[in-house]
Design a protein around this ligand. Structure first.
Ligand code: ADP
Ligand code: MG
Length: 299
């Protein structure tokens, strides 16, 4: 393709809300054999809501919810936003969060959860792996709750206070309406589709089934996502990664073509070669079509 053809195609992309960062990105898109989708915020809306709250120890439910929300208040994760929004609506106060308990030493544990000291108590909010890694023992009813919720494609989040499991939340994040049709179109174009997520196997499989993806990697840490990309590349495949989060940025960089959701985090957008400004997965297909048109002179 001539530099002019590339310019025309990137211009056309820009008009359709597909930001292609240069000729290399455009050229890569038509060579893709495999495309890996992140789950949360990419295949799903990324606007999760709390659908269940459960206490395993004696505590006032509202206090519990406020402690958890306080711990999550500084996190940018969509799950954290769901937890904070939930407590806002319980309280009927959406103005600000000045009434939340005081927080010290907030730490974001990427791909696992958060840690914070809330009113002098050590609070951990996150998945089962986080609790195991922190040497916190899991009561049977907590494990049961997690399994029940995962079967319903919910993400279960555990809450430990001073090293003891106090309760859990179930959060549901619906699949984007275009996810299933887009997966189908990509398959028909000869692209193999995979899903990768930091989330647990139960939820991951439930979502994958919903959108028609057979190959799933679950419980993967951010660096692990990049390693999966490299493993696939080492078999001679050209690999695209589609993601929205900080946790996807190593994989977006490693991929032959990294595609970020425009509503995603700045770090993911920077790491990507192509940005889907309309947050619509159909534009993954748009990008491939533009690339094919330019480099294979179809029509
Ligand atoms: P994904 O790969 O699906 O985008 P992440 O890697 O961001 O997901 O997170 C993986 C898992 O880590 C989540 O499903 C959740 O269990 C846990 N997690 C991550 N961030 C948080 C948080 N702020 N609060 C609670 N749990 C979290
Ligand atoms: Mg994500």
């Amino acid at each position: 393709a001539t530099p002019t053809a590339v310019m025309v195609a990137t211009g056309e992309g820009a008009m359709q809300g597909v930001l292609i960062k240069g000729g290399h990105a455009l050229e890569g898109a038509h060579k893709i054999h495999q495309m890996i989708f992140d789950k949360t915020g990419t295949l799903t809306m990324g606007k999760p809501v709390v659908v269940n709250t459960k206490l395993f120890k004696h505590m006032v439910l509202q206090n519990f919810c406020e402690i958890v929300a306080a711990a999550e208040a500084s996190s940018e994760h969509p799950l954290a936003r769901a937890i904070v929004d939930n407590v806002k609506s319980i309280r009927g106060d959406s103005s600000d969060l000045s009434w939340l308990p005081e927080v010290k030493n907030f730490k974001s544990l990427v791909g696992q959860g958060v840690y914070a000291e809330v009113q002098g108590r050590e609070v951990l909010v996150g998945n089962v792996q986080l609790m195991i890694a922190s040497n916190i023992s899991l009561p049977g009813e907590a494990i049961e709750f997690v399994q029940d919720m995962e079967k319903q494609a919910c993400t279960a989040i555990l809450v430990a206070i001073d090293k003891e499991i106090y309760g859990a939340l179930a959060i549901s994040d619906p699949v984007k309406p275009e996810a299933k049709p887009v997966v189908e179109i990509l398959k028909s174009m000869g692209v193999q589709i995979l899903m990768v997520t930091g989330d647990n196997w139960g939820t991951a499989n439930a979502i994958a089934r919903e959108v028609g993806i057979e190959k799933v990697y679950a419980e993967i840490r951010p660096q692990g996502k990049a390693e999966i990309v490299k493993d696939l590349q080492s078999t001679g495949m050209a690999v695209a990664m589609v993601g929205d989060g900080i946790n996807d940025s190593p994989a977006l960089v490693a991929a032959d073509v990294g595609m970020a959701i425009g509503a995603g985090t700045d770090i993911a957008i920077e790491a990507a070669d192509i940005v889907l400004m309309k947050n619509n997965l159909e534009d993954v297909v748009t990008a491939i079509h533009l690339s094919r048109k330019t480099f294979r002179r179809i029509r």
